[in-house]
Write a protein that binds this ligand. Structure first.
Ligand SMILES: Cc1cc2nc3c(=O)[nH]c(=O)nc-3n(C[C@H](O)[C@H](O)[C@H](O)COP(=O)(O)O)c2cc1C
Length: 207
């Protein structure tokens, strides 16, 4: 059975994004292979000075770290290992300020590591190292980004898909757009996204 990492950031009471997560759990049925990572309760560390310098020293300069340096990136490496150990990733979040919430970006920043999830080849190109992994992105938004000029203002899905792609992870996004813009239709929009999730999960060739 595939191991699944379920990453969520759904801090709002009665979160619509959480309703997409619930639809995913229901569609999956057997949840025994799911490892939850709740970024509200366990936010990923930000890349502050100790972290960045230790990561650069190890991942780009190939130098051994002191115990203190290793300790400073322990949590980052635990999150990296969690990704390396999984086959599938489900990540759910609401759009914040046209992008992913900072907590989600912080999680991604712990994962994109030279020599671990991607490498630089001898001719200077980048190559993802996470072959075979797939990600499902679930996002809700207040506005409607399905058409231009709003479409280009969705920096969330392109950002997270670029980061996954950079690491060699194939991804698919299911979005519930316009939950504030079309408030009277919000339940229907969430319901449609839930159906789309169920279809995606039941189609084993996609998932
Ligand atoms: C801090 C904050 C920033 C937001 N920024 C945007 C935004 O840039 N674009 C947008 O369409 N909706 C934005 N929203 C609305 C949420 O994305 C939308 O209501 C979403 O469905 C909330 O999901 P939830 O019910 O899981 O909290 C924002 C909401 C919050 C709380």
């Amino acid at each position: 059975m595939k191991k699944i990492l379920l990453v969520s950031y759904t801090p709002r009471i009665d979160s619509n994004t959480q309703k997409l997560v619930d639809a995913y759990l229901q569609a999956t049925g057997d949840t025994s292979q799911i490892t939850p990572l709740d970024l509200v309760k366990e936010p990923a560390p930000l890349l502050l000075d100790d972290h960045v310098n230790a990561l650069l020293k190890r991942n780009y300069m190939g130098m051994a770290l002191t115990d203190a340096e290793s300790k400073s990136i322990q949590k980052i490496d635990a999150l990296l290992q969690q990704l390396l150990d999984t086959d599938r990733i489900v990540i759910a979040f609401p759009m914040y300020n046209f992008s992913v919430p900072a907590t989600v970006k912080a999680w991604i920043d712990t994962l994109v590591q030279n020599g671990k999830t991607f490498k630089i080849t001898d001719d200077g190109a980048y190559e993802g190292l996470c072959h075979g992994k797939k990600a499902l992105i679930l996002m809700t938004t207040g506005g409607d980004y399905s058409e231009e000029p709003m479409k280009s203002m969705d920096y969330a899905v392109p950002l997270i898909q670029s980061c996954f792609g950079f690491m060699g992870i194939e991804s698919h996004a299911i979005t519930a757009y316009g939950l504030n813009q079309y408030m009277d239709r919000a339940d229907d929009i969430v319901h449609d996204a839930q159906q789309e999730i169920a279809r995606y999960v039941s189609d084993s060739s996609s998932w």
